[in-house]
Design a protein around this ligand. Sequence first.
Ligand SMILES: CSC[C@H]1O[C@H](OP(=O)(O)O)[C@H](O)[C@@H]1O
Ligand SMILES: Nc1ncnc2[nH]cnc12
Length: 287
Amino acid sequence: MQARTGIIGGSGLYDIQGIEVIDTLEIETPYGKPSDQLLLATINGHEVVFLPRHGRDHSTPPHKINYRANIYAMKLAGVNRIISISAVGSLRQEIEPGHFVLVDQFVDRTHGRENTFFDGPIVAHVSMADPVCSCLKKELLTACSGASITTHASGSYLVMQGPQFSSRAESELYRNWGMDVIGMTNMPEAKLAREAEICYATVAMSTDYDCWHEEEEDVSVQSIVAVMHGNVAKAQAMLQCFFKDSSDKHVCSCGCSTALENGVFADLKKQSDDALRPIHALVERLL
Ligand SMILES: CSC[C@H]1O[C@H](OP(=O)(O)O)[C@H](O)[C@@H]1O
Ligand SMILES: Nc1ncnc2[nH]cnc12
């Protein structure tokens, strides 16, 4: 199967312009159903698999997204790298609403979300030291500049539980921690992508200044939506640039695609079929 690029669309991004649809994939995974059907399509001849993270009608809130089903479905669909597109609040004056940030680190403050495929009896511990694929991120930076989008080449994303926005004290705390943007969805998504040996990189689109900013109104859905429409148009342009330049023969030299090789605790060859079944697509190449 040709390696495919997955696109996970966040708030506002429910379809991709300029694609030729090949099929809609109704995928059932050992973890249940993904957020919606996956769209198999081509953009400028490149095969992509698109999934709107909250569903096409945005009916699934961040804490109820079945992240395991989403990532497992991407794996089953032959995806070897994921472009995550996300709306975020800005925690820095210089990251203005409408700017993009190519995230390189996350701090995970979520709770109660299923965050691993290795839930026993097969145990694994993958490295999350560098949660973002630097090769993919570099290609995304080129695409953002090709689309003339004001883009910050690095940044740390605080993943809050939500669905409520943060308090002023939390917002200040995260700024003091050195965080640059805040959102609710990229964890456990990035962790699960790493366990699935899928390269992952986030294009964070700033929609607001969160509530720390004294001269700006406190964040609200209304204010976000106003900026979001412009951001989504930029994301569409960025994707066109990405698939004009990018090669399908994506070779990752930063270890995402071999993350499990030093991470699995058990001898996979000695495991029962029952133990292997829920992770078969992830460990198949190691058996
Ligand atoms: C509608 S604003 C809050 C919402 O938007 C972001 O989601 P996504 O990352 O899918 O774009 C943020 O994390 C919140 O879930
Ligand atoms: N200020 C904010 N906090 C959390 N998630 C967001 N998504 C967009 N803006 C946000």
